[in-house]
Design a protein around this ligand. Structure first.
Ligand code: H2U
Ligand code: ZN
Length: 351
């Protein structure tokens, strides 16, 4: 029998990081006896008097949120980074090395409504979130001490998110952190060799094969990357080779909002639950240098494996060897693609 990706164990290469993932598709044929139940969905109020992100409420530091109508951003009251701490280095024998780090941490409320999440927001409301991300990237990035702006969302209790009010965070800092630094290096090496964007070339292959695409519109593709580690990991990639979020034209901004909505609706529909994930934008550093090599994209790393409660653990061999998965990227993409593009909660109200 000849080697193929659907039946035989193999390792897949991630050209953005140089990492490998072990794929064991034959194991999906195992009988499964674990839990499959749905989670108890709590019904949340539109406004929660005890929520520190709801309009008009008091935060931990004593500040009062304005009565915001759309989005709202503030500096994290428990920021992991700040601009005031002293600069310095620590070094012992060349092996113990540290350097002070400065930055700014922001909290972004996506909506005044306590009970909604991105898949339940309208496209025009998601556009307002994108507009805010653009403003933050521009303003924070213009600070000479800020060389990278990491925009992200940590969603769901399972991900350690402390509050269900729809929100994300931005950590902006003087150093480019590990993940974007590695991706920047690999994109840079590829660009040097080929004079083309790594992700533009990758998209060309995906749009021809079509096996891993979940949703697509005129300007963006959402797909399960060939090298996905998490069962339903995805990436949204811009079709145009742009470096950062400020380069979107109006049409692209709307298309980005649409694909964010379409992808997250499918996520919620997968296990009929508010789908937990960590997601975030990777784009060019704001260090004032030319970053033609960078290609805008948005990663989604969801932990769920089999139901609203059964998550994938990254343990054992995965901590000591390579990450490993059973269902292939192609199977995951097909599953997500086949789901309705109407949110299950809307479906329920229609009946
Ligand atoms: P997470 O739930 O994703 O952790 O985000 C909540 C953030 O909000 C968290 O970083 C901040 C926490 O520091 N926060 C405030 O800035 N003010 C508050 O009054 C409570 C929480
Ligand atoms: Zn709230």
């Amino acid at each position: 029998m000849e080697f193929n990706l659907t039946d035989h164990p193999h390792r897949r290469y991630n050209p953005l990081t140089g990492d490998y993932v072990l794929v064991s598709p034959h194991r999906t044929k195992r009988p499964w006896q674990g839990q499959v139940e749905k989670s108890e969905e709590e019904k949340r109020p539109e406004y929660d008097p005890d929520c520190y992100l709801c309009p008009g409420n008091e935060r931990a530091g004593g500040e009062i949120n304005p009565n915001y109508q759309n989005t709202f951003v503030f500096t994290n009251d428990f920021a992991a980074l700040n601009q005031e701490s002293p600069s310095g280095t620590y070094e012992v024998g060349g092996l113990l090395r540290a350097r002070s780090e400065t930055g700014i941490c922001r909290v972004v409320c996506f909506s005044p409504r306590h009970d909604l999440t991105i898949p339940e927001l309208s496209v025009s409301d998601i556009e307002k979130v994108i507009k805010l991300w653009q403003d933050e990237y521009r303003i924070l990035g213009a600070n000479p001490d800020i060389n990278y702006v990491q925009i992200f969302e940590n969603k769901g209790k399972m991900m350690g998110c402390s509050n269900p009010h729809p929100h994300g965070q931005i950590w902006a800092q003087s150093t480019v952190p590990n993940e974007p630094a590695t991706e920047g290096k690999f994109q840079g090496d590829y660009y040097q060799r080929n004079r083309r964007s790594l992700l533009a070339d990758y998209l060309k292959i995906e749009m021809k094969e079509r096996e891993r695409i979940v949703v697509e519109n005129d300007h963006f593709v959402a797909l399960v990357p060939f090298w996905a580690v998490w069962p339903y990991e995805t990436m949204i990639i811009s079709k145009r080779h742009i470096q950062h979020i400020l380069q979107f034209n109006d049409e692209e901004k709307t298309a980005y909002a649409e694909i964010l909505q379409q992808l997250t609706i499918r996520y919620d529909n997968l296990f009929e639950t508010s789908f937990p994930y960590s997601a975030g934008i990777h784009q060019a550093p704001t260090d004032g240098l030319d970053h033609t090599e960078w290609h805008f994209h948005h990663h989604f790393y969801p932990p769920l494996l089999r139901s609203a409660t059964v998550k994938k653990f990254m343990v054992g061999y995965e901590m000591l060897g390579d990450p490993q998965r059973d269902i292939t990227a192609e199977m995951a993409a097909e599953k997500l693609r086949s789901l309705p593009d109407v949110h299950y909660k809307n479906e329920a109200t229609k009946i």
